[in-house]
Design a protein around this ligand. Structure first.
Ligand SMILES: C[S@@+](CC[C@H](N)C(=O)[O-])C[C@H]1O[C@@H](n2cnc3c(N)ncnc32)[C@H](O)[C@@H]1O
Length: 275
């Protein structure tokens, strides 16, 4: 994958620093710097759960990460089975669950598995695959195997809800971008000011987008460079895979504010029933 290796493009505050390179899901603390406080799609999933998972029925979250959504749904009274394959993400999820008094709780279980292999304690009424989780499925076979397994695992009256961004057409069309988009974050655990910037590259043969993100705590000399890889599924491919795997789309929205879906929408949010 061609990436632009030009340190001079960095904002001044990030010049001349040392960088430790990690995969994004080996660095849950840094995942949380960017996303722990983000609530965008929560309202959509909450409405699905209110409609379909009341009365103690089981909810599965695939790719539950550090528990950004899962732990809030448990706190709201839902019974959640969190599926998370990345050991470091799962470890932070378990740590947060223990801090919330959920260790050994019947309302919260955690499994090391994939969307194509998970085995919940009972048939769930809802399976969620939020926040671009399905962009980690790399081939059409993996996408279909995952959707088929979800369909076979769900209760007959169950629902499958997901959300994903569309392909990053500009980055795909115009080639790799140099370090840029400098910004600031607040570390969710320490409150420290974090400086960040990113660059991206795209490989058309594998449909893989690679985004490198650097984080530096202000005033320090060593930062972290994390790598995120996503498959640029088109929405047509996602919708076709749902149809091919036995789902019928019941709700299709175009953004986290529940706007209707159209060709120019920034996101696809879908709730599908079993056909
Ligand atoms: C973008 S994060 C979303 C985390 C969490 N759901 C959230 O909303 O913050 C995607 C998660 O999916 C997990 N993941 C990657 N491949 C997966 C797969 N094949 N099946 C299930 N989860 C997967 C990653 O380890 C990561 O924690």
């Amino acid at each position: 994958m061609r990436m632009i290796d030009d340190e001079t493009a960095l904002p001044e505050a990030l010049l001349g620093k040392r960088w430790h390179e990690l995969d994004i899901y080996q660095a849950p603390e840094w995942y949380d710097v960017d996303y722990a406080g983000y609530r965008g799609e929560e309202a959509f999933y909450r409405l699905v759960l209110e409609r379909c998972a009341k009365g103690g029925r089981l909810v599965v979250e695939l790719g539950a990460g550090t528990g950004r959504l899962a732990l809030r749904f448990v706190a709201a009274g839902f019974r959640v089975h969190a599926v998370e394959p990345a050991p470091a993400m799962r470890a932070l999820l378990l740590e947060k669950a223990a801090a919330a008094g959920l260790a050994g709780s019947a309302s919260f279980t955690v499994e090391d598995a994939l969307a194509a292999t998970f085995a919940p304690p009972e048939r769930p009424s809802v399976v969620l695959f939020p926040f671009n989780g399905l962009l980690h499925l790399r081939t059409t076979e993996e996408l279909h195997a995952s959707f088929r397994h979800i369909r076979e695992t769900l209760a007959p009256d169950g629902r499958f809800a997901l959300d994903c961004t569309g392909p990053y057409w500009d980055a795909m069309l115009f080639g790799p971008t140099a370090w840029g988009r400098a910004d600031e974050r607040v570390h969710p655990a320490t409150g420290a000011k974090v400086l960040t910037c990113d660059r991206s590259g795209y490989d058309a043969t594998t449909r893989q987008m690679r985004i490198d993100i650097r984080y530096l705590i202000e005033g320090t000399d060593e930062g972290v460079q994390i790598e995120l890889r996503q498959t640029m599924w088109t929405w047509q491919q996602v919708l076709a895979a749902l149809n091919a795997c036995g789902f019928v789309v019941e709700q299709q929205l175009g953004d986290v504010d529940l706007a209707p879906f159209d060709e120019g929408s920034p996101r696809l949010l879908v709730c599908a029933a079993c056909r």
